[in-house]
Design a protein around this ligand. Structure first.
Ligand code: NAD
Length: 579
């Protein structure tokens, strides 16, 4: 079919309206009604949708252009073909593609296994936050759901051996730290007495409260939970092997793979129980006198924080030149300063060349400019990242593509290369975060139920729950620089925030990045106690396309940390009076 121009429709009385967003790029496939550009006049914002499906051949507008009715937006080659390969690497800021219609027709034409022990309209593999959210949403939308999970309790890594237990321990660590800090201000406590079994029990009680709640929620929704290890045996069947070796065949019309991720193991390390991953470290086997944490990323720093507060002498070894690689250096600096005071040593640009497990201790060889050649520890925590669990689930039997690293590519509707099989969460692509998985899970369930849904978040917040917290959402300054995106950065130091000073903290900073052309918020970040909570407002601002005036003119309660968000925006509008 020949290419056609898509033009600006009748805009009523409006002329020379600004293009504030271009939502597609050459080569993209668009569906009929999919937004192409966003226009903004002084009265309204409107999206111009595609008049038909096709491939974008040429873009004739850019952000900042002024357009009127009849102006050419782009050249589209109409097409009726199925979409190209999944757009897994597409940045989240681009709009989703809406490939095939969901599996209603697929369901009726499926070759469901005749010998299945249990049949599902939707089978969800993995009951982490992504998996159980997908299962519950699908059930709420009227589907018969089977949720397959290898462990006895629902909730996956996050609830059982990740986010939740670590936050319970980080809370304990913060209480100890805060009590100690008050010595400078006239309130002195004695050194804490730590009852490890009781602390473990507190952590476990938080976990069981949540996982028990999930069990009840599944029951009330009539979601069938099957316990065992699942492996696909075909495009519509999954074999589940229970702990007793018994096998059960689940037949399904549609599936959602939510198999998560696992800690990366460093090769060449001895098999010794004193060398732990994050799961083992969260068990709090003891409080080692000397602990080495390998990896200065999110898990490494959170656990270093916990063990240091409990009394261990903690060293951190990080391979790259700085902690939290990928985060903006101005955020990392206050954390590094505080961690340096709390920990025995931080060795950056350093590698562990080997560990010898002797009876007395673990003898660790280090290679780095400022590190000693060797050091002795009672325990070692390896926290060098996580890898997706795409391999080992029999995806090949279902025809699902898994890449070399173990990720399963999907399109914006979370559909894999097999149209009735979806994948969500850690197993699809970074960031490996529970809240991303939850949103993806709900989207996949909605698509299966026939909704025109897609995961098109403009930002996904990241929070490192150290003391101080480091948090960011949307575009970072490093990313803006690398991509050549011109931004205005509003920054507010917490040294001028009364609430922060009252909490005894003055090193924090909040910043927001605004697009220089459209003025809209693109990203934001903060470092300081409870910095993570500030990401909610900044994320909403990014999603709503708010500019600095929108944020600055919103009345924020005084005195709160949230004022640092408003004042970062005021710095850009030039209305700031607090500095
Ligand atoms: P990470 O990627 O955050 O950090 C791993 C760190 O180890 C990096 O700094 C890396 O440079 C370093 N490293 C890698 N190999 C090394 C080596 N041989 N020697 C020394 N350093 C080495 O990974 P993580 O901390 O293991 O966390 C895994 C995932 O879990 C992350 O993707 C994170 O998003 C997620 N997570 C999130 C939270 C949260 O949201 N608060 C908490 C825990 C985990």
């Amino acid at each position: 079919m020949s290419a056609r121009e898509v033009r600006v429709p009748d805009l009523g009385d409006f002329k020379d309206v600004a293009v504030i967003e271009v939502l597609v790029r050459p080569g993209d496939r668009v569906e009929k009604e999919q937004p192409l550009i966003t226009l903004e006049s002084d009265k309204a914002t409107m999206e111009v949708p595609a008049t038909e499906a096709g491939i974008v051949k040429q873009l004739n507008v850019k952000v900042g252009d002024k357009v009127s009715a009849g102006d050419s937006i782009l050249v589209l080659e109409p097409s009726v073909e199925a979409p190209p390969a999944p757009a897994a690497s597409k940045p989240a800021s681009l709009p989703p593609t809406f490939p095939e219609k969901p599996s209603k027709s697929a369901a009726s034409s499926t070759k469901l296994p005749q010998n299945a022990d249990i049949m599902a309209e939707v089978m969800v593999l993995g009951a982490g936050p992504g998996g159980y959210s997908a299962a519950f949403r699908a059930a709420d939308l009227g589907k018969k759901v089977v949720l397959v999970e290898r462990y006895p309790s629902l909730g996956g890594v996050c609830l059982n051996v990740g986010c939740i237990p670590s936050k319970a321990l980080l809370h304990a660590a913060k209480v100890i730290e805060d009590a100690g800090m008050m010595a400078k201000h006239g309130i002195r406590f004695g050194p804490p007495t730590i009852d490890l079994p009781e602390l473990r029990q507190y952590k476990t009680s938080v976990v069981t409260k949540l996982t028990g709640g999930l069990k009840g929620l599944a029951k009330r929704r009539k979601v069938s939970v099957v316990q065992g290890v699942g492996r696909f045996t075909g495009p519509h069947s999954l074999e589940v092997t229970g702990a007793d070796g018994k096998k059960l065949l689940v037949g399904f019309e549609a599936a959602i793979i939510a198999a998560g991720s696992a800690p990366i193991r460093l090769p060449g390390l001895p098999d010794d129980p004193r060398i732990m991953d994050s799961t083992a470290a969260l068990e709090l086997p003891d409080i080692p006198e000397r602990l080495l944490v390998i990896g200065g990323g999110i898990i490494g720093l959170e656990m270093a924080n916990v063990y240091a507060a409990l009394g261990s002498k903690v060293d951190v070894v990080e391979m790259t030149p700085g902690l939290l690689p990928g985060a903006d250096p101005d955020l990392v600096k206050p954390l590094h300063k505080r961690m340096q005071a709390r920990l025995a040593a931080i060795y950056t640009a350093t590698k562990v060349a080997g560990i010898e497990a002797k009876q007395d201790a673990l003898h660790v060889k280090l290679e780095g400019k400022d590190a000693p050649a060797s050091k002795v520890y009672d325990r070692v925590l390896v926290a060098v990242g996580r890898r997706p669990n795409g391999h080992g689930i029999g995806a090949e039997a279902a025809g699902v593509t898994v890449d070399a690293r173990g990720f399963i590519p999907t399109d914006a509707q979370l559909r894999t290369n097999v149209p009735h099989i979806f994948a969500i969460g850690d197993v699809t692509k970074p960031p490996l975060l529970a809240h991303k998985a939850v949103h993806e899970g709900k989207t996949a369930a909605e698509v299966i139920a026939g909704h025109k849904a897609a995961f098109d978040a403009r930002c996904i917040p990241s929070v490192v729950y150290t003391d101080p917290e480091v948090a960011w959402t949307g575009l970072t300054e490093l990313e803006a620089k690398a991509a050549g995106i011109e931004v205005s950065v509003g920054r507010f130091p917490w040294a001028a925030n009364g609430r922060s000073l009252g909490m005894g903290y003055s090193d924090g900073v909040t910043k927001i990045l605004f697009d220089k052309t459209s003025g809209r918020a693109l990203g934001g970040a903060a470092v300081g106690p409870n910095a993570g909570e500030l990401m909610a407002e900044i994320s909403l601002a990014i999603e709503m396309g708010a500019d600095a005036q929108d944020i600055g003119l919103t009345v924020h309660a005084h005195p709160t940390l949230s004022e640092t968000v408003a004042m970062s925006a005021e710095q850009v509008t030039g209305t700031l009076t607090d500095l």
